[in-house]
Write a protein that binds this ligand. Structure first.
Ligand code: NI
Ligand code: MN
Length: 233
């Protein structure tokens, strides 16, 4: 499975020809200027909540490649009205990608409204079981004791994509506690550096994770990682 980082909280999982993008915010991200969104062609776009820094490019990308938008009813109603094909579910629900795997929608501790103030439903995160690997994409969230439940759903998590920028979400220390709660060793950081208020010190962040025997990966925008490491505690 390949995971590509498109900046801020936008990642794309690719497995067996299926591409699943989460939270496209590229054209409004000054750090992601090299990414040409006209070349992106996911099959599915999953949205964690309706804040603009997660949905900005969802409509453009969905329309250019006929991607389906999967999210909660408040968000899928909004895109359904724009003639985009949607998949509506809510926290606790599971969607199957056929032989590739499935995704479960789980709650995040965060607010959610569209840029015009319209209610965006519950903010969520997504737990993927893809190729028998487990990847958790937290979305915007604070630290919550519920992270302890995650290894009980699909087994141990191979990779967690966690916000680490603070202010709107968990910062470095809380993300380390979250990693301990969910027993994950490898963390891909997101939701940092995009705005002045969420700028982090990369060296410090990696050091703090390493002190707890965790690996924090900070990918350059447009770069990817392959996941084929064994599951272990
Ligand atoms: Ni948000
Ligand atoms: Mn955000």
């Amino acid at each position: 499975m390949k995971i590509t980082y498109y900046g801020h909280s936008c990642v794309e999982l690719e497995s067996k020809g299926i591409k699943v993008m989460v939270d496209p915010f590229i054209s409004g991200n000054a750090l992601a200027g090299k990414i040409d969104i006209s070349k992106l062609n996911p099959n599915y776009i999953l949205l964690t909540h309706a804040h603009y820094d997660h949905i900005l490019d969802a409509e453009t990308i969905a329309k250019q490649c006929n991607a389906k938008i999967l999210s909660n009813p408040e968000i899928t109603n909004y895109y359904g009205n724009k003639k985009i094909e949607t998949i509506s579910m809510n926290v606790g629900g599971v969607f199957s990608f056929g032989s590739v795997g499935e995704v479960k929608m789980l709650q995040a501790i965060h607010s959610s409204s569209f840029p015009d103030g319209t209610y965006g439903g519950l903010a969520c995160g997504y737990l993927f079981k893809f190729e028998n690997r487990v990847v958790y994409i937290a979305g915007d969230t604070a630290l919550t004791y519920d992270f302890k439940l995650l290894p009980f759903i699909y087994g141990f998590i191979d990779l967690a994509v966690l916000p680490i920028g603070g202010n709107y979400t968990m910062g470095i220390e809380d993300a380390i506690t979250a990693s301990k709660f969910m027993k994950v060793k490898t963390i891909l950081g997101c939701h940092y550096d995009t705005f002045p208020v969420i700028k982090i010190d990369h060296v410090y962040a990696k050091k703090k994770f390493k002190e707890e025997e965790k690996e924090l990966i900070l990918l350059s925008i447009g770069k990817d990682i392959q996941i084929n490491f064994a599951q272990e505690i």
